[in-house]
Design a protein around this ligand. Structure first.
Ligand SMILES: *Cc1c(COP(=O)(O)O)cnc(C)c1O
Length: 464
């Protein structure tokens, strides 16, 4: 069989010399362009052989197609996603988006050198612990503070440094799984602490803790905030303040894994009510641990605050080196904490707090505005309306708290809701919404003006 087209295929070198390629060299690595050019040529060759290609494209068009292919191949695997779910702390979508100040601090720290472990005044080695400790002390009222890689690490370090070889009493109602196979009983076993279970799943009394210390030899009391579920009905747990009073009476320290660390609550500023770090300090906990990227709204980090001797023991523990916070996380954490020096400023500038604080009236206005704009653009391709709905905080924070909201409801005219959901998810910038009762819902709480522009362009391209 004669296949003259095969002989007319451009050579790799000729293709690589096309202007489209020379321009793309600035943007993309050579190997990616070369691989993409080879893939385009292979596809054409295959097409000629199976008869699906009957004429060759111009070399310039071929080169342009290869550049598009190379760009797709070089796209980062970790990508921006548009969160239309309204779940502010979505663990699968990276939990807390950071504020401008935190992002700038990361950028500047990443590009240059820093005094991470250098004491500028003394001209010698310094400590990475010094950058956020004074801020954490003044914001929480604690004597000492330590930041590590995440809260799971803070809990493990706390147990390893303070409870290894000791008996630790914890309520059966708090033997929880935090997620990703982080289970309190197993973490305790790994840290070398010995678990003494106290009370029952639904009820634990102060006298149960007393018996654990006096009769079973418990040397530490641990309280874990049940941050991803809510026990309702015939239940009882011991308030932290009662536990610390008992701890003082019997001479045993009380450790508190608070989980999501809200630094303050203020319904007038839209910051939802819930347990705060300061509450735990005031209630007398000897060490309190919490996350950096839950309600605090900062980077992934774990923070431990409390008695100077105990935090000191955690800093000196071998394991502290294993779980140390990196310079980028530290830069973001410091910038985040600085914003908290003024509550009104924090409520407006920490994105997590601003999103949680959006009022139903503001969300209704947004939902109506966006539904109107989309309807004008999409015409009869989709039925759009703004409807009231209920959202959640997410990310193991404030379980059971319902956030009244308004959402944009989409009912596509000529495709299924399932197909629309999938197409939005597969868009260049993936758009993740909610599907409920055969409607696709987008919640303005977690969407910026720029996100809405992307959503509009995507819907315009997707909807038949
Ligand atoms: C979320 C949570 C953790 C784990 O915190 P990370 O920062 O995700 O490591 C530990 N304990 C409790 C109670 C939590 O809610």
């Amino acid at each position: 069989m004669d296949r003259p087209l095969l002989r007319q295929l451009p050579k790799m070198d000729a293709l690589l010399a096309c202007p489209a390629f020379t321009a793309a060299r600035e943007e993309l690595p050579y190997f990616a362009l070369r691989d993409a050019a080879r893939a385009e040529l292979d596809a054409l060759r295959q097409g000629i052989l199976d008869g699906s290609v009957e004429a060759l494209p111009e070399p310039d068009a071929l080169a342009a197609a290869a550049v598009v292919r190379a760009r797709t191949a070089c796209r980062p695997h970790l990508r921006r996603v548009i969160n239309g779910t309204g779940v502010v702390l979505h663990t699968n979508l990276g939990r807390a988006p950071m504020g401008e100040a935190a992002a700038k601090a990361v950028y500047e720290t990443a590009l240059g050198y820093s005094d991470l472990e250098y004491d500028i005044d003394a001209g010698r080695r310094g400590s990475r612990f010094d950058h956020v400790e004074p801020l954490l002390r003044s914001l929480t009222g604690a004597e000492a503070a330590l930041a590590v890689n995440n809260n799971a690490a803070a809990v493990f370090l706390m147990l390893s440094a303070l409870a290894a070889g000791k008996k630790v009493a914890i309520s059966r109602g708090e033997l929880v799984e935090i997620g990703g196979s982080f289970r309190v009983p197993e973490i305790m076993a790994r840290s070398g602490a010995e678990l003494v279970e106290v009370g029952t799943t639904n009820k634990t009394h102060l006298s149960d803790y007393r018996r654990a210390v006096e009769e079973q030899g418990a040397q530490i009391l641990l309280k874990v905030h049940t941050s991803n579920f809510k026990l309702i009905g015939f239940t009882e747990e011991v308030p932290l303040a009662d536990l610390t009073a008992l701890g003082r009476e019997l001479g045993v320290p009380v450790l508190h894994d608070l989980g999501s660390g809200a630094l303050f609550t203020d319904p007038a500023l839209g910051v939802p009510e819930g347990p705060t770090v300061e509450d735990s300090v005031k209630a007398g906990a000897d060490v309190v641990c919490f996350s950096g990227d839950k309600l605090l709204g900062g980077p992934q980090a774990g923070i431990a605050i409390g008695r100077k001797d105990l935090i000191g023991a955690m800093k000196r523990d071998q394991f502290a080196r294993v779980v140390r916070i990196d310079k980028l996380g530290l830069a973001a954490l410091e910038a985040t904490l600085r914003a908290y020096q003024d509550h009104a400023y924090a409520a407006a500038h920490i994105p997590v707090l601003a999103m949680l604080g959006a009022s139903p009236a503001e969300l209704e206005r947004q939902a109506r505005l966006r539904a109107g704009e989309l309807a004008a653009r999409l015409g009869d391709r989709c039925v759009l309306s703004a409807v009231p709905d209920v959202g959640e905080v997410g990310g193991g924070s404030l379980p059971g708290v319902e956030l009244p909201t308004w959402v944009v409801e989409l009912r596509p005219a000529r495709m299924s809701v399932a197909a629309l959901e999938k197409a939005l998810r597969s868009w260049e910038v993936p758009i993740v919404g909610r599907v409920s009762h055969d409607r696709c819902l987008l919640d303005p709480r977690t969407l910026s003006a720029a996100d809405w522009a992307d959503i509009t362009a995507a819907l315009d391209a997707i909807l038949p």
